[in-house]
Design a protein around this ligand. Structure first.
Ligand SMILES: C[S@@+](CC[C@H](N)C(=O)[O-])C[C@H]1O[C@@H](n2cnc3c(N)ncnc32)[C@H](O)[C@@H]1O
Length: 213
């Protein structure tokens, strides 16, 4: 059997066609596909309490169950809201721009890098208002003007090996923007009514090595 002759515009053997090259570049830009944990939220807990995600995200037990394993060591809760995360052994600093919230400091999360030394925390939690409507309806119009600025500010505060746990309508996070960060986990909270947008939790790790001192 004779081999089929090469298409007239095929790339020479060993070289990528323009189309393949574009595809490879796109693939590099994409996150590798790895598993996500899918958690259904909505309805009620066995004891009758609501399990839907509401204004105070961490009041929902199914959310806490996913989050708490990452709350270890020195932790900065940058959009603290109302819910206290009482975790044995963790030392948690609470920040919320709203002075009415019970917090250790009340500053814009995008300026947190001016409040602490670099590499002060094992974990930073980001649970901002997810959009302007949420902010207007539930958080007195307070919001983060640019999550890119927030991620940049808090990334410098995370120790090598430490994590940023981010909640939102999307899976964008530190690992998408900064060299030396990896995406360790992604959780999809699928909400009760099928056409409701899911809530995502991403866990990004500062994978940079510590310099030998
Ligand atoms: C989704 S709520 C956090 C809920 C919290 N995780 C809980 O379970 O109670 C968002 C919080 O971020 C605060 N906030 C809004 N803009 C902020 C900003 N730029 N910097 C810091 N906190 C901000 C709001 O006041 C609100 O309490």
């Amino acid at each position: 059997m004779t081999a089929p002759s090469a298409a007239p515009n095929a790339a020479p053997r060993g070289r990528l066609s323009d189309l393949s090259r574009v595809w490879v570049l796109e693939m590099r830009r994409c996150e590798p596909v790895t598993a996500a944990t899918i958690v259904n939220v909505g309805g009620k807990e066995p004891d009758g309490t609501p399990s839907a995600i509401g204004r105070w995200t961490f009041e929902t037990k199914k959310v806490r169950d996913e989050l708490l394993p990452h709350v270890r060591g020195n932790v900065l809760n940058a959009f603290a809201g109302k819910t206290k995360l009482d975790v044995n052994g963790a030392d948690i600093v609470r920040n919320d721009i709203n002075p009415e919230r019970d917090a250790d400091l009340h500053v814009d999360a995008a300026t947190l890098d001016t409040e602490f030394d670099e590499r002060s925390f094992d974990a930073v939690i980001l649970d901002p208002p997810f959009d302007q409507t949420q902010s207007d309806e539930h958080y007195d119009g307070l919001h983060a003007r640019d999550m890119g600025d927030v991620r940049k500010a808090v990334a410098s505060l995370v120790r090598p090996g430490g994590e940023i746990v981010e909640f939102g309508w999307s899976m964008w996070g530190a690992a998408d923007y900064f060299d030396g960060w990896t995406r360790d986990r992604r959780v999809v909270f699928r909400r009760g009514i099928p056409d409701r947008q899911p809530v995502f939790m991403t866990v990004d790790r500062n994978a940079q090595r510590r310099l030998i001192e």
